[in-house]
Ligand binder design. Structure first.
Ligand SMILES: [Cu+2]
Length: 110
């Protein structure tokens, strides 16, 4: 039942372009249908963002390539990763296997 409620909240939150904030105050970006949802997120300094794979079968990763980092580990359905943003700025990222399908996103920290 709880997961159903979370699902409903998510649909509403994504529907009006708002940011989904989980119970633990992390901001959630969902990986679904070959996309990061929402693609653009603005958060306050110090906020943690969690990427959750909500696909049925497809894996993805999160790669902050422009920061000169290595690609993130593959995240399979129901897996997730978190990152805390302690410096203001713009943090573009992408999914390494699906960049050519437009699977990119950006976190703006202010
Ligand atoms: Cu992907």
């Amino acid at each position: 039942m709880k997961s159903l409620l979370i699902g409903l909240v998510m649909v509403v939150a994504l529907g009006w372009g708002g940011v989904l904030v989980a119970d633990d105050d992390t901001v959630v970006v969902v990986m679904r249908d070959m996309a990061f949802k929402p693609e653009e997120v603005t958060v306050q300094v110090g906020r943690t963002v969690r990427w959750e794979n909500h696909e049925r079968r497809q894996f993805h990763n999160v790669w902050f390539r422009e920061l000169g980092e290595e690609p993130g580990e593959y995240l399979f359905p129901e897996e997730s990763m978190e990152r805390t943003f302690d410096e203001p700025g713009e943090y573009p990222y992408l999914c390494e296997p699906h960049e050519d399908r437009g699977m990119t996103g950006v976190i703006r920290v202010e």
